[in-house]
Design a protein around this ligand. Structure first.
Ligand code: DC
Length: 202
């Protein structure tokens, strides 16, 4: 039976980790929709025109670990303001959401635009400082050359662009459950998400 969980929120709030854990717990398929925008951003950095890049995306474009860099995150946030880019990615996301296994999609506009009828909508957030610290630790552990101030500036710039754009801005759906992970462990945040989903499935 179709059962969609929409998980939105800003960068590094924990929605990726929560989404993976929820998908594993319930046996749902999982789509990190940020990867679609990152793959388009990566192509743009290689000189491809953004709308053309979005229209010709293939599943293998989503597989590269290189999509995780800060430069590609910023490029993704920039291409994400273009309405034709967003339009080119809608069908793939909606088809993914309709799988019989159930699906969890995480992003910025899943509960508001892509799956407004999702069975459960979560909005996962945390303070910019807390998110920047997590992202800093994650990137430096992977050997990326980053500073705390640089990561915080990137997080704030991305928040401003993602929530300030005209098309599908990042915001909680009216019926979304808010989870602020600033003072939570990841285990607590995952448990909170599972509880919210179980309340609807029961
Ligand atoms: O979730 P992420 O950090 O990988 O996303 C990268 C960028 O892609 C994000 O800054 C904005 C854009 N994005 C979007 O506009 N809509 C989505 N559903 C997912 C990501």
């Amino acid at each position: 039976m179709e059962f969609t969980v929409a998980i939105d929120g800003p960068a590094a709030a924990g929605k990726g980790t929560i989404s993976k854990a929820v998908a594993a717990h319930f046996g749902f398929a999982h789509l990190d929709t940020g990867l679609l925008y990152r793959a388009v951003g990566a192509k743009v950095l290689d000189g491809v025109e953004p709308i053309e890049a979005a229209r010709n995306l293939t599943p293998s474009d989503l597989e590269s670990e290189a999509l995780r860099t800060s430069d590609i995150a910023q490029a993704a946030s920039k291409v994400a303001v273009i309405s034709e880019v967003r339009a080119a990615l809608v069908a793939f996301q909606r088809t993914f959401a309709q799988q019989d296994t159930g699906a969890v999609l995480d992003g910025r506009d899943i509960g508001t635009v892509i799956c407004p009828d999702a069975a459960v909508k979560l909005y996962v957030t945390a303070s910019p400082e807390c998110r920047a610290e997590r992202r800093y630790l994650e990137l430096s552990a992977k050997g990326h050359d980053v500073t705390r101030d640089g990561v915080l500036a990137d997080v704030k710039a991305r928040d401003a662009r993602d929530s300030g754009r005209a098309e599908a801005p990042m915001r909680p759906a009216e019926d979304a459950i808010l989870i602020d992970t600033s003072d939570m462990t990841i285990e607590e945040a995952v448990a909170r998400a599972i509880e919210a989903i179980e309340a609807v499935r029961a």
